[in-house]
Design a protein. Structure first.
Length: 333
């Protein structure tokens, strides 16, 4: 070991480190936009103005030297560079959020993402909380799989209920949670209102109004599969003003709509729900979670969900082909 001091002049840095010191706020804005597709919705989630979101993206693109988004009428689409950056951006934000959570302490509630508190997933969580001792749970609502997968990767939520569509990130796991039978919602004066159930083939050619079918969403994909399988046209024209408006419109006119049989719909004296059968279409919902999550309540929730799951019965029920394998057997038990 030498104590000789080097007298040579320091070598210039090969890389300008400042140019690669990314602003985490800009990366977070990028991730949120990919989940919500619109700068305005991302701004609302981040609690800043749309102009501020645009500035953050402009700064990030300048720092990276690439264009990340192309704006279209249907929202902000990722460029090829944006697609290449997305996985790493999620990882950066996820690590930052996990680091923050370490300092917040481990004795926090299990955060579970549900798309709507009217859905059966919310009821399932409530029953879990009531029957499992010391199961402290916080329910968070989102827009489904699109935001849930990012929230799981970042550690913002511990678990999420959603239909799995496409390939999930490597660190995400899922187990089948429940199957929600599809019902037809009709007005009391509709010809089908007096039936105890309606065969799905009888709906061939009948236009079903579904204004909440957001393009690219997992539920829109499901109903697209259902439409193609049984020749049931879908009308997705808006406006989508929520369940109350949807129910009132069905009650007041000749329209019909699909709803989940386990969904707690607003009661309206002018509407009737008719189960769809022979076969009965069922909407598949999974419990999704991060495999590296160490929250003490998560394993108990996974066990509770798998213990109470009733597998898909192909003799009397219908699922799209991509959903059948996971839901036919009690996977995850």
């Amino acid at each position: 070991m030498s104590n000789k001091r080097h007298t040579e002049e320091p070598q210039p840095a090969v890389v300008d480190e400042a140019a690669y010191d990314l602003d985490l706020a800009t990366v977070r804005a990028f991730v949120v936009i990919t989940e919500d597709r619109y700068f305005s919705e991302a701004a609302a989630r981040l609690g800043i103005s749309q102009q501020a979101v645009s500035k953050r993206i402009a700064k990030l693109e300048a720092d990276l030297g690439v264009r990340l988004f192309s704006r279209t009428r249907t929202g902000a689409d990722l460029t090829e560079d944006g697609k290449a950056f997305l996985h790493h951006a999620r990882a950066l934000v996820g690590i930052a959020d996990q680091a923050r959570e370490v300092l917040r302490g481990r004795n926090r509630s299990l955060r579970v993402d549900v798309m709507d508190t009217r859905m059966h997933s919310s009821d399932l969580i409530r029953k879990f909380h009531e029957t499992v001792e010391n199961a402290d749970v916080e329910v968070i609502t989102s827009n489904g799989l699109r935001s849930a997968r990012g929230a799981l990767a970042r550690g913002a939520v511990d678990a999420a209920f959603a239909r799995v569509s496409g390939t999930l990130e490597d660190d995400l796991r899922h187990v089948p949670a429940y199957l929600d039978p599809v019902h037809l919602l009709v007005g009391r004066d509709h010809p089908l209102a007096g039936l105890r159930e309606v065969e799905v083939e009888r709906l061939s050619g009948v236009t079903v109004w579904m204004p909440g079918n957001v393009p690219g969403s997992e539920w829109a994909e499901f109903y697209g599969f259902l439409s193609a399988a049984f020749d049931i046209p879908l009308d997705t024209a808006g406006p989508d003003f929520g369940w109350e408006y949807f129910t009132e419109e069905i009650a007041s006119g000749g329209r019909v709509g699909f709803v989940g049989g386990r969904l707690r719909m607003p009661w309206h004296p002018g509407t009737v729900q008719v189960p769809v059968v022979a076969p009965a279409p069922v909407y598949p919902c999974s419990l999704i979670f991060h495999r590296h999550s160490h929250h003490p309540v998560l394993a108990r929730l996974v066990r509770y969900v798998t213990d109470n799951y009733q597998p898909f019965d192909p003799r009397r029920q219908w699922l799209p082909d991509p959903d059948r394998a996971a839901f036919t057997t009690a996977a995850g038990r």
